[in-house]
Design a protein around this ligand. Structure first.
Ligand code: HEC
Ligand code: HEC
Length: 215
């Protein structure tokens, strides 16, 4: 044990000697490059941290930051594309023999959707569609709410009500209800709105209270 300590001390002394002899009289001002790096990092690191913090917390009052990707999940757009031929909408595809609007609820029944009112399962044209960019999607949503005729207050209240309470929206959010994503014949929509209800609520609120900006 004592031998090891002794040899360690010896090693240190040798290093010290080498440094002094190499640098000679300048040794007092000689700067250890490792320490220099340490000093630089003291200043650079907080700056890097600051930048990455700001990137991670990009402006969540913009529609494009969080909500756009969520609105484009197939769980939302397959229904909104239902009547669009050029989007291969289900009306022209798997549902050519299921077009009767009074029969949707036979298959998309309460056991499947979990909806309080089975009739809430329907699709209609003139809504936002898949493939629209963030600006178009956001503008189309506002248009469908007839935003130009409403005060910001009223629009915000209706937007909140729709996005937090509409059964179809909840159906499309992963984990929002125990029937979210469920389809007839034991099928399941897999491209759901990720992140769950908590994240959805905080991101929608950030956008609404930030003025529902369409950038
Ligand atoms: C089962 C089909 C269906 C699903 C799933 C669905 N929607 Fe809709 N959505 C509709 C229908 C139908 C309307 C028109 C509502 C009405 O007039 O009552 C609508 C209206 C809207 C509106 C009102 C503004 C507009 O564009 O017309 C928004 C916003 C909206 N949906 C967003 C979503 C989002 C976001 C999702 C996914 C989280 C979603 N929808 C999932 C069918 C659906
Ligand atoms: C005979 C049963 C049946 C009827 C009737 C039916 N559907 Fe469907 N629906 C299905 C099945 C099964 C699926 C799963 C996809 C597939 O196999 O086509 C589906 C999928 C859907 C989806 C896709 C949801 C998603 O995001 O994945 C929508 C939207 C939809 N149906 C709307 C309707 C509407 C609106 C009606 C009435 C006009 C209707 N369906 C009538 C059986 C039915």
């Amino acid at each position: 044990m004592s031998k090891i300590i002794a040899s360690n001390n010896n090693g240190k002394d040798r290093d010290q000697q080498q440094i002094t002899s190499r640098k000679g009289p300048q040794s007092a001002t000689w700067v250890n490059p490792k320490r220099m790096m340490g000093k630089i990092m003291k200043f650079v690191f907080p700056i890097l941290l600051f930048i990455s913090f700001n990137v991670a917390h990009a402006d969540d009052t913009l529609f494009s930051t969080n909500l756009y990707a969520k609105f484009q999940a197939k769980a939302c757009t397959t229904c909104h594309d239902f009547h669009e031929q050029d989007k291969d909408g289900f009306f022209f595809n798997s549902h050519t023999k299921r077009r009767d609007v009074n029969r949707c609820k036979k298959c998309h029944n309460q056991k499947v959707t979990g909806f309080e009112h089975v009739r809430d399962w329907f699709a209609m044209p003139g809504l936002y569609l898949s493939g629209m960019n963030a600006k178009e999607t956001c503008k189309q949503i506002k248009k469908a709410f007839h935003a130009e005729f409403k005060s910001d207050d009223l629009l915000a209240a209706q937007m909140k009500n729709h996005l937090f309470n509409d059964p179809r929206v909840l159906w499309a959010i992963e984990g929002a209800t125990s029937n979210s994503g469920k389809l007839p014949f034991k099928k399941q929509e897999t491209d759901m709105v990720k992140g769950g209800m908590e994240e959805w609520k905080s991101q929608v609120m950030a956008w609404i209270t930030g003025g529902m900006k369409c950038e």
